[in-house]
Design a protein around this ligand. Structure first.
Ligand code: FCB
Length: 441
């Protein structure tokens, strides 16, 4: 049996990612809380992982003790600016304390400024559909970055603008539950304008800042490769889902399936690209889905499926995503800002981790400028409309007691972080079923 270790470059960032609304608990002043109370989600966020109550400390301890040297979390706009004319200095101080907590544990902080949740007062004004949001976001960013700049240089303006816009305004699974592609495109255009303004604002306050956003990237294949219709649908959906922000940032013209939007100020507004990768979609033509532009997405039926079939384990897709990123933006640093799987039993997660880290290593070996990897997630958290039915944590969470459950993946990921690499011994120990795939004899 081959014995080897796939090593990563010195200084590689190994961490996990979380988001405010998913872990903090009691975020009563945003549109998600309201959406939950109205019964649109599988359970409510409630106390979540109780980070606002202070349990971030024990979770940061766990992360640090298991070799992680970085953490990506988000700040909650509705806490920092509870009403349009009030800043909550205590909330900002709490985030400063958390950031000090990371520093004390020798962990690099990455802060996301917007991760799906909006203050209620903003939603009442029409949220991201209202062009005023650009100036409002700028104000919020200025205040927040100024307060946190002592501890952070790595900023993520907006998490997954495509998922936010398409889920909230095209397929209706996120608040406000709209199903109108034109509205979704307007939202994403405003997000791109806001991102561009935030990019400049942050650099003004902190010249050494590294500013980018996190793109949810879905590689896609046509279901029937021979079918011109499936191929057409694949291209249509691929453009619609993946390309809005990247096209806007490359050229100043944001592409969309319902027309292009000129946003010249967006050009070049990124110092790195954040890639969130989960799976590869198989696309076909479907007459019954006019709202999705007659496209349908699923996974091959013989896939290695996650617990609720939300994710098919297709590690090569990570490699393909990174290859796309490096070809689109040669020399731009890349971070894998999310990657993970929902698996309460932790049956698939060890192999999902090992196989994805293997693909990451392949990518790094072409000297693609990949600087770090953030696993989603550190501890089970509130999974949006799917509530508590999906468990993405390395650590499990017992909601009744707030007790953390150490899943085997904790130890595998700890070994990877500490070794700065993936060894044949690790694969043999945690997921021997994929040994031959990762270390072929
Ligand atoms: C991503 C989101 C993140 C989490 C994971 C599973 O789309 O950014 O908040 O929900 O999926």
């Amino acid at each position: 049996m081959p014995q080897a270790t796939y090593h990563f470059p010195r200084g590689f960032l190994w961490g996990t990612a979380t988001a405010a609304h998913q872990v903090e608990g009691n975020n009563t002043n945003n549109q998600w809380w309201q959406w939950e109370q109205a019964g649109h989600t599988d359970g409510t966020s409630g106390l979540a992982a109780d980070w606002w109550g202070g349990r971030w400390r024990e979770d940061f301890d766990r992360a640090a003790e298991t070799g992680q040297n970085a953490h990506r979390f988000s700040v909650e706009w509705s806490r920092i600016q509870p009403t349009p004319d009030r800043w909550d200095e205590e909330a900002l101080e709490k985030y400063r304390t958390m950031l000090r907590g990371l520093r004390e544990r020798n962990m690099t902080a990455m802060v996301t400024l917007h991760h799906f949740s909006d203050p209620l007062w903003l939603s009442e004004k029409g949220g991201w559909e209202n062009p005023e949001v650009v100036a409002l976001f700028e104000k919020f960013v200025r205040k927040t970055v100024d307060a946190l700049k002592e501890y952070v240089t790595l900023w993520c303006t907006i998490n997954e603008p495509n998922v936010y816009a398409l889920s909230g305004y095209a397929n209706g699974t996120f608040p406000p539950g709209a199903t109108d592609l034109k509205r979704a495109v307007n939202v994403i255009a405003n997000m791109l304008r806001a991102h561009a303004v935030a990019y400049r604002t942050i650099h003004q306050i902190q010249p050494e800042a590294r500013v980018g956003y996190a793109l949810h990237f879905r590689p896609m294949v046509p279901k029937a490769g021979w079918s011109p219709l499936d191929r057409l649908m694949r291209n249509l959906r691929y453009e619609g889902v993946n390309m809005a922000f990247p096209s806007g940032i490359s050229t100043g013209v944001m592409k969309s399936p319902v027309g292009s939007v000129n946003i010249p100020e967006a050009r070049g507004t990124q110092d790195y690209l954040g890639v969130n990768y989960y799976s590869v979609d198989t696309i076909s033509f479907h007459l019954g889905r006019p709202k999705e532009l007659f496209t349908h997405s699923d996974f091959p039926s013989d896939s290695d499926f996650s617990a609720t079939k939300f994710i098919a384990n297709i590690p090569e897709g990570l490699y393909d995503s990174l290859k796309w990123a490096v070809r689109t933006y040669p020399d731009l640093p890349i971070l894998v800002t999310e990657n993970g799987v929902e698996d309460a039993e932790d049956k698939m997660r060890p192999r999902y981790i090992a196989q994805h880290i293997h693909q990451l290593w392949r990518s790094v070996n072409f000297n693609w400028p990949i600087k770090g990897y953030f696993h989603w997630s550190l501890v089970d958290n509130f999974e949006w409309e799917r509530g508590w039915t999906q468990r993405f944590g390395l650590w499990g969470l017992d909601l009744e007691t707030q007790k953390r459950i150490r899943r085997p993946s904790v130890d595998l990921y700890a070994e990877i972080c500490k070794e700065n690499g993936l060894s044949s011994d690790m694969v043999q120990k945690y997921c021997p079923e994929v040994f031959e795939k990762i270390f072929p004899s």
